[in-house]
Write a protein that binds this ligand. Structure first.
Ligand code: SER
Length: 340
């Protein structure tokens, strides 16, 4: 049902140890592509995809389970039954959705991470969980935001991500859990839709371009934000988790980035492929305020120095690849009239 596995991934020649990976939030924007990439890189049977949604709706032919990661016993049970050695914890409420019900976002983002870290401490699992550009706030230097700097976010999502970074560090120093993270900027991809984020415009714009030829943007034309193309994001996760522990100073969490652009600049890059593409701007005050509180660019030099991170995709390559991939995705979904 979902598209092809993330490209550019080779199977590893040998496994250093018997890796067995449990993924939460596997039906989401990152989870869909990460599950596929990990099945390609390791053996398919060493990956267990879980999500709060019924697997019949999203898992296709792969082994998957329904899992509410707010339920500690259920998380422990799934980890023990599968014999997981690593947990990739992706379940979370994103920035714009979190502002609709901040208490719920706090409960879900903190409660699920605490459960995962606690079970990891009991079972010896390693942990990956994404952090975000949202850990920064208006007082952080904006261009670029350094790796180590002021973290005073003004959104509930940011509050949970800062607390999440600290919680991961705490479980590492207190219980020896090898918990690692990346501060992702907006992630652009076509396989599964984004949901509830402020950077989602950079995903929705492609679908609307192909199906309607126009897009109504919820941010102002000059809102500059950091972005990363999903194949780079997936590679960053895998490379970070395979990096030798001794090399890491900042395990939670590394700044990573690929490109930074405004909605107007993205629209221009889309017009290279679709000269008639139209964009209009109807800024949504909530999402505009969130975007304005985040840095324009992350400084990811420490990720490069500590584990060799480097993004491959810039804006033009990403746009070309999005059109290629999304056209086939729309054809698979049977949405019919994708424009040329
Ligand atoms: N993409 C996320 C959001 O917009 C940021 O981490 O919420």
């Amino acid at each position: 049902m979902f598209g092809p596995p993330a490209r550019r991934f080779q199977r590893v020649g040998h496994l250093p140890h018997m890796k067995r990976i449990l993924i939460t939030g596997a039906a989401g924007q990152i989870g869909t592509e990460l599950s596929a990439a990990l099945r390609t890189r390791y053996e398919p049977e060493t990956v267990l995809a879980t999500d709060i949604r019924n697997p019949a709706e999203w898992a296709g032919a792969y082994h998957a389970e329904e899992l509410d990661s707010l339920d500690t016993r259920a998380v422990r049970g799934a980890v023990e039954r599968f014999g997981a050695t690593e947990i990739f914890h992706l379940a979370a409420v994103l920035s714009a959705a979190a502002e609709q019900d901040p208490a719920r976002a706090y409960r879900i983002n903190m409660g699920t991470l605490l459960n995962v870290l606690q079970v990891a401490a009991e079972t010896g699992c390693r942990v990956f969980t994404p952090s975000s550009i949202a850990v920064f706030g208006p007082e952080t230097p904006s261009d670029p935001a350094p790796q180590s700097t002021l973290q005073r976010p003004t959104t509930m999502y940011g509050v949970t991500k800062v607390a999440g970074e600290l919680l991961c560090d705490y479980y590492h120093t207190r219980f020896g859990v090898d918990a690692r993270g990346l501060r992702f900027p907006g992630l652009v991809s076509y396989t599964a839709p984004a949901g509830g984020g402020t950077t989602d415009y950079a995903v929705d714009i492609f679908r609307c371009a192909l199906t309607e030829g126009r897009y109504t943007c919820f941010l102002k034309p000059d809102t500059r934000m950091d972005m990363l193309y999903m194949p780079d994001a997936i590679r960053a996760i895998v490379e970070l988790m395979e990096a030798p522990s001794e090399a890491l100073v900042h395990r939670n969490a590394f700044n990573v980035t690929g490109m930074h652009f405004t909605p107007a600049e993205l629209a221009d890059a889309i017009r290279v492929h679709m000269p008639d593409f139209e964009i209009v701007y109807e800024p949504d005050p909530l999402r505009q305020a969130i975007a304005d509180s985040w840095p324009a660019r992350l400084d990811d030099s420490e990720a490069f120095e500590q584990w060799g991170w480097r993004a491959e995709y810039g804006l033009p390559d990403m746009v070309a690849d999005m059109f290629r991939g999304l056209r086939s995705q729309l054809a698979r979904e049977g949405s019919g009239s994708a424009r040329r």
